[in-house]
Design a protein around this ligand. Structure first.
Ligand code: 0A1
Ligand code: ZN
Length: 871
């Protein structure tokens, strides 16, 4: 829990460490109820000063020796969260023993118990809960780790690097691991348990054999094959696309049930939330398979972008996260449909990151300050950070970007560096000046680009006028113009693209079809345009900006059918649908025949990728609709959207039925892109069909009963929960629970489908689920499945008029603040949006934030978000 007023850490205060730890020897004695940690650190003075500050949190200090001499309390200063030694010399050996209580660790940071196993989570600042140590990423050390534990209970004892020795004596197992690569403490990991393993091998590009191992609880061995395959694909891809080879003899993944985040890239020993690694056809949906592939890749790619080259301090977090998300997105695009991947990512960014950037927690991709670093594992750092790297890729071209990344890895291997070092490598490798581009890292807020186009038929000339501005955000005003890459296309009446030839070639990159928009206002002209084209702007979502450009309804319908850029094709449909929903909210919506014809042409175009068709026909989410408005009424949005859904379903009922029947063919389940695409369109068609007809509901019931894979079963269950009458929906939910209650990951999906449902997810229902035998406050996945799903998906219930939804969330935050501050703080996000809501809801929400603030001793995590939100 926090001091009275937690202090913000400032980037401007960064100071290099005075001491380096060249070697770190750790010995863990895991005992029932308590663990002892003995460390031997080899210290070397490398900077100014003779003071060594070690971090420590919730530790019992047993002993401390310097160069063999036991120190007394007079020899050091023990603060709340630090232990400081002064007057040190050039080199020393420091030995520290601490005692910790993993069994009581509910925060899931440091060393903790998850079920029958021990595991660690050290990023960002968890290592300080294990022993006193300079827990900062710019202190990199070679680690040797000895683990001693009961041989019967914990036959598997793992740590980073390569195994050195193993023996069993007096019922205790002793193992030693050695990691030859220098690393910061946040990449340390330890696992102990009675685990089973699935092994595989990978031969690297230089011919080295690497042993690949996935450790899981025994009942999950049949869920490991896909992750292992994804790992091998990732290893090959990183060699081929980035020239990066793996660097140890062994690479391990461990699945853990209690985990705050998705996964963690500890050197050679990745630890995964079991929901992000375990899959078999009967229990995991296609979406889960794709998430697993992406996260396995993400953690693996960190081996270079994060581990070999790491961050100097936590203000540089996006150095590893933005770059690694960009890398995993390109990998997923290469393994699947690149357009669909782009749509998913951009849509998530526009919904979640834009909301963050427009709210009280807005921060630059390189923040200037923070109170609790755990609060900065955000969509801004990750996804906006990835968009910035993507823009660099567009500006420099694939080859230039690769030259830059090669230089970056070569120049900084084994170092802890800054975002600026990354950009500098890109600059140096390409001979470009990226000073203006760097502003993307420093300015928060979503830029708005206003576009005006004018066509002069006689001169065959098109002009495009662009104006940019970035709104004020907390602590930042008067933003400067950014370097915005605008990928551009002109579409002729025939539907074909016309060549784009700007009169200012210096502002144009032919390879990526990008116009470089770099001033507050710029006008570009294009000659030789013989007919007035439809202008397709920001193709491939080439910059993370809001665009103000009014296409006519007919131009949008035209783009929905003809734009050669898949992203803009989809986006044109989204804009049309946003307009329909707005009209529906005003009671003025009627689907016109031109709209029906456009949708019909999409659904009946069998040449299109079915996954793409499914996206083209899906309405924007309620959360995204809200995000497009200055102020919003969530219930009105919900009702408007429901009306449009029903009208589309009725108008195209025959198309949806036919589409479902065409695609509902018996086939053995494969998690392959073409099969996933077929299932996604089939299940979308089912959801519309069931909305408009009882035959559709019957089809959903049949699919629910006969499905041999979770994608189809869950899709059918969702349809029944949404469209069938309440009793039938409940019956299906009960049957599902009976079938799957032994499988915790499937039960999580069962919780999500009902708690996130705009029909069933009422506060009463949520309270009931919190009492259910399947629920557990200590397990973050369960909390997310019930409370997270409710507050982020069941929006019409969460925003219920009497404020009960807000109260329920606030109660959960107050409760979790004490046991798991990270989860409490993340759960809180929907309450930070109060300023954007209609006044009646807004003050109810604010009152709940205030109640959290007044509830007593807040963790730094919760305090930071609540206090910033109340400003
Ligand atoms: N670095 C991991 C994510 C991660 C971050 C923080 C954690 O605990 C606070 C845990 C995991 C990644 O990007 O995958
Ligand atoms: Zn990451």
């Amino acid at each position: 829990m926090r001091d009275a007023q937690p202090k913000a850490i400032q980037l401007a205060d960064y100071q290099a460490p005075a001491y380096e730890v060249t070697d770190t020897h750790l010995k863990f004695e895991l005992n029932d109820g308590y663990t002892q940690v003995h460390s031997v650190l080899t210290l070397k003075q490398v900077g100014d000063g003779n003071e060594l500050v070690l971090n420590g949190q919730d530790l019992e200090l047993l002993s401390i020796r310097l160069d063999g001499n036991e120190l007394t309390t007079d020899d050091y200063v023990l603060g709340d969260e630090t232990l400081t030694l002064s007057g040190l010399g050039a080199s020393h050996t420091l030995e520290i023993s601490t005692q910790i209580y993993p069994e009581k660790n509910t925060a899931l940071e440091g060393l903790y118990r998850s079920g029958g196993m021990y595991c660690t989570q050290c990023e960002a600042e968890g290592f300080r809960r294990i022993t006193y140590y300079p827990d900062r990423p710019d202190v990199m050390s070679v680690f040797t780790t000895e683990i001693i534990a009961d041989a019967e209970q914990f036959p598997v004892l793992l740590s980073n690097g390569n195994p050195v020795s193993e023996k069993t004596e007096d019922g205790k197992k002793h193992v030693v691991w050695h990691d030859p690569h220098k690393k910061p403490a946040y990449l340390f990991a330890l696992v102990a348990g009675d685990l089973q393993v699935r092994d595989d091998h990978f031969t690297t590009c230089s011919g080295r054999e690497v042993l690949l191992r996935i450790f899981v609880e025994p009942q999950n061995v049949d869920k490991t094959e896909y992750a292992l395959d994804a790992l091998k694909r990732s290893m090959r891809w990183d060699e081929e696309v980035y020239g990066r080879e793996y660097d140890l003899d062994i690479f391990m993944i461990v699945a853990v049930d209690d985990f705050n985040m998705g996964a963690m890239e500890n050197k050679g020993l990745n630890i995964f939330n079991s929901s992000c690694v375990l899959a078999n056809p009967a229990t995991a949906t296609d979406a889960a398979y794709q998430r697993i592939e992406a996260i396995v890749a993400h953690e693996y790619f960190h081996n270079w972008s994060g581990n070999r080259v790491t961050c100097r301090d936590w203000f540089q977090l996006s150095l590893k996260e933005g770059f690694t998300v960009f890398r995993d997105a390109c990998f997923s695009a290469d393994m699947n449909s690149s357009t669909v991947k782009r749509i998913e990512d951009a849509s998530m960014l526009r919904t979640v990151q834009f909301a963050e950037d427009g709210g009280p927690m807005a921060h630059p991709v390189q923040p200037d300050s923070y109170i609790e670093i755990s609060n900065f594992y955000t969509v801004t750092i990750y996804e906006k950070g990835a968009e910035i790297v993507r823009m660099l890729h567009k500006i420099l071209g694939a080859e230039g970007f690769r030259k830059g990344s090669d230089l970056y890895f070569e120049r900084h291997d084994g170092q802890a560096v800054t975002i600026n070092d990354f950009v500098q490598a890109m600059e140096d490798a390409n001979g470009v000046d990226l000073s203006q581009f760097r502003l993307w890292y420093k300015q928060s807020g979503t830029p708005v680009v206003e576009v005006l186009t004018q066509y002069d038929h006689a001169a065959e000339r098109l002009t495009i006028n662009l104006r940019q501005s970035t709104p004020d955000t907390p602590g930042q005003t008067n933003k400067k113009p950014l370097w915005i890459p605008v990928q551009l296309g002109f579409i002729a009446h025939s539907g074909e693209d016309i060549e784009v030839r700007p009169d200012q070639p210096d502002f144009w990159t032919e390879e990526s079809q990008v116009l470089h928009f770099r001033e507050a206002e710029q006008t570009f002209s294009f000659g030789g345009v013989i007919e007035e084209p439809v202008v397709s702007l920001f193709r491939d979502f080439s910059a993370p900006v809001r665009i103000n450009y009014q296409h006519s309804q007919s131009a949008l319908r035209f783009m929905l059918q003809h734009d050669s850029d898949g992203f803009n094709r989809w986006d044109a449909g989204q804009q049309l649908m946003l307009h329909w929903i707005e009209l529906a909210e005003k009671g003025r919506f009627k689907l016109v025949k031109e709209d029906i014809a456009a949708l019909h042409s999409v659904i009946s175009d069998e040449s299109l990728d079915p996954a793409m068709v499914a996206y083209l026909l899906a309405l924007p989410s309620e959360a995204y609709i809200a995000e497009t408005r200055k102020s919003y009424d969530p219930v009105a949005i919900h009702n408007g959207r429901e009306q449009v859904l029903s009208e589309v379903a009725e108008a195209l009922i025959e198309d949806f039925k036919a589409c479902y029947e065409r695609l509902n063919v018996p086939a053995e389940y494969q998690p392959a892109p073409a099969d996933m695409a077929r299932r996604s369109l089939k299940n979308l068609a089912l959801s519309y069909w069931a909305r408009a007809s009882s035959d559709g509901i019957e089809a959903a019931k049949a699919q629910f009963k006969s499905a041999d894979n979770m994608t189809d079963q869950m899709a059918a269950l969702r349809v029944l929960v949404t469209c069938a009458d309440q009793a039938e929906a409940q019956e299906a939910l009960n049957a599902f629970y009976e079938q799957w209650k032994h499988d915790s990951l499937v039960v999580n999906q069962w919780l999500t489908v009902q708690c996130g449902s705009s029909r069933l997810g009422s506060p009463d229902h949520i309270e009931k689920m919190l009492e259910h035998e399947a629920f557990d406050w200590r397990n973050p996945n369960k909390v997310r499945s019930v409370i997270g799903a409710f507050a982020n998906q069941a929006l019409c219930h969460f925003h219920s008029e009497n404020g009960r939804g807000y109260r329920l969330l606030a109660d959960a935050v107050i409760r979790l603040n004490a046991s798991n501050p990270q989860i409490a703080s993340r759960l809180l996000t929907p309450l930070t949006r109060w300023k954007r809501l209609v006044p009646s809801q807004s003050h109810l929400m604010k009152a709940e934030l205030q109640r959290i603030m007044d509830s007593g001793s807040l963790s730094k995590d919760v305090y930071e978000v609540v206090s910033k939100s109340l400003v």
